[in-house]
Ligand binder design. Structure first.
Ligand SMILES: Cc1cc2nc3c(=O)[nH]c(=O)nc-3n(C[C@H](O)[C@H](O)[C@H](O)COP(=O)(O)O)c2cc1C
Length: 267
């Protein structure tokens, strides 16, 4: 399709069914989706087997693996789940994403707050050192954050990422805010809103991150890219590269080409 890299997940240590259906809704008038899938997945071992079977990296392509926690794991034990996933995916990833921003796993986003984030990233960074020694390869770690953060929260997150030697940040996940879709069918469904209505909030977080982190710190921009112009707006906000999810559903594979061409034409 023309993607420069692919990220898969979120994977959890054990298989889990996710939330009851229906759990995904289209809001076509808004070029948006609401999902509350809840990390439905077959678990870490099956995930790794799939990644290996795909031979994606063997073909020289870049693959990010995104890790999370099981719904049944109490939030106080979240670190155990992230470390178990990190151990498993480490040798199979070009980078690993620590996802602490899904709205569909209870209390997950609380891991973005000061002490919780500090404790989690401290443990993850320490384990990465051990894994780097063991495998002879230092795999970059990215942290994926929500759009629903104020400037002060973003500043604290930025400082914490730096303090623990995280290699980059992914901004953003879906939003729990509904102001841009008020009155539309499905607008009041619980879950994360993605697509066009999240563009502005995502770009705001990217701009705040860039201001806090300075030039040269890798930022992956995601949220609300439905056109080449949207993708360019993310670079202007401060992102280095972008990801697309909902846009692919509404615009199809042509969007990838459109964005790649616009990036190539950039002065
Ligand atoms: C159906 C669906 C499932 C998603 N599942 C995950 C997930 O498992 N882990 C994750 O980090 N983000 C997940 N996301 C969030 C997207 O990766 C992305 O951050 C967000 O949707 C904003 O980008 P978009 O507007 O291009 O979709 C999901 C989004 C959608 C629409």
């Amino acid at each position: 399709m023309g993607f420069g890299f692919v990220e898969v997940g979120t994977v959890t240590p054990k298989a889990q069914p996710g939330n009851p259906k229906p759990r995904m809704f289209r809001l076509p008038e808004a070029d948006a989706l609401i999902n509350r899938l809840g990390f439905n997945n077959d678990g870490l071992d099956a995930f790794i087997a799939n990644v290996q079977r795909s031979r994606f990296r063997a073909q020289g392509r870049l693959l990010g693996l995104n890790i999370g926690k099981n719904a049944a794991t109490p939030i106080e034990r979240a670190t155990d789940d992230y470390l178990a996933c990190l151990d498993g995916v480490y040798p199979h990833a070009d980078y690993v994403t620590v996802n602490i921003s899904s709205p569909n796993t209870r209390n997950l986003r609380a891991l973005q707050s000061d002490e919780a984030l500090d404790a989690l990233l401290s443990a993850v960074a320490e384990r990465r050192e051990a894994l780097a020694a063991q495998h002879g390869r230092r795999v970059p770690l990215f942290v994926k954050i929500a759009p629903d953060l104020d400037a002060a929260q973003v500043d604290v997150i930025a400082a914490t990422l730096r303090r623990h030697g995280m290699d980059g940040v992914i901004a953003t996940n879906t939003t729990i805010v509904r102001d841009k879709v008020k009155g539309l069918r499905h607008a009041d469904e619980a879950g994360g809103l993605s697509g066009a209505p999240v563009l502005e909030a995502s770009n705001r977080v990217i701009a705040q991150l860039r201001a806090a982190l300075g030039a040269g710190y890798p930022i992956i921009g995601v949220g609300g890219i439905l056109s080449a112009d949207d993708a360019l707006s993310k670079l202007r906000a401060g992102a280095d590269v972008v990801q697309i999810y909902t846009g692919l559903i509404y615009r199809g594979p042509a969007l990838v080409n459109e964005v790649a061409r616009a990036f190539a034409r950039r002065p």
